[in-house]
Write a protein that binds this ligand. Structure first.
Ligand code: ZN
Length: 202
């Protein structure tokens, strides 16, 4: 009720005997019915109530960027966050963990993301060949070829797999799946070596 008042709705409460058909109660029922009818039939008062509901719904949706992040991560990691994510992050120092967070959430210093949040003029990689996404950065950008050797030594079958290199469970992985910590470590070392994701330039 306090929330309703905050959004400038008038709220009043009145006690009435439960089984007595009084005009006010019928009116209240009618208004309640109206509130769930299509907007064309709504009167001013119910519109306001609806606006409040929308406002609350909007507040919920303000979390959307975070949900989007979750969506990004779920593309290469179908396992629920928990044991394996703790395992992944526990072995790292703060700087390394920060790099891994950038890669696993997609919220990184790469142009693909910076452009998305209006912090860069272009989403193109400075190699000029493609959008600077996490995948482009990790697997394809020719600027960093020299640093990829250790990463590539970890697998012959999973080259270019975000799931494998970021410690995620791919949809095709068996139930017994466990992240390859060595591969994730190689990925983080690669990212550090390029200097591309450094967040502290001091
Ligand atoms: Zn590039």
């Amino acid at each position: 009720m306090y929330k309703l008042q905050q959004t400038r709705n008038q709220v009043f409460a009145i006690w009435t005997p439960a089984n007595e058909q009084i005009p006010l109660k019928q009116k209240a029922k009618a208004m309640a019915r109206q509130a769930v009818q299509p907007p064309t039939k709504l009167k001013d008062q119910t519109l306001r109530a609806k606006a409040t509901v929308l406002c609350l719904a909007k507040q919920k949706h303000q979390r959307k960027p975070i949900q989007k992040v979750g969506e990004y991560t779920r593309k290469f990691d179908t396992a629920l966050p928990g044991k394996h994510t703790r395992l992944l992050y526990n072995g790292f120092k703060r700087t390394e963990a920060n790099i891994l967070v950038q890669l696993r959430t997609g919220m990184s210093r790469l142009n693909g993301y910076l452009y998305h949040i209006n912090a860069a003029d272009t989403d193109l990689c400075s190699c000029g060949q493609a959008k600077e996404t996490v995948e482009h950065f990790l697997f394809r950008c020719t600027r960093w070829d020299q640093y990829r050797e250790t990463m590539l030594q970890h697998t012959t079958t999973k080259k270019g797999s975000l799931s494998y290199f970021l410690g995620g469970k791919a949809a095709s992985d068996p139930l017994s799946w466990k992240p390859s910590l060595a591969a994730v470590r190689a990925t983080v070392q690669y990212a550090i070596a390029t200097g591309r994701l450094a967040f502290d330039t001091t």
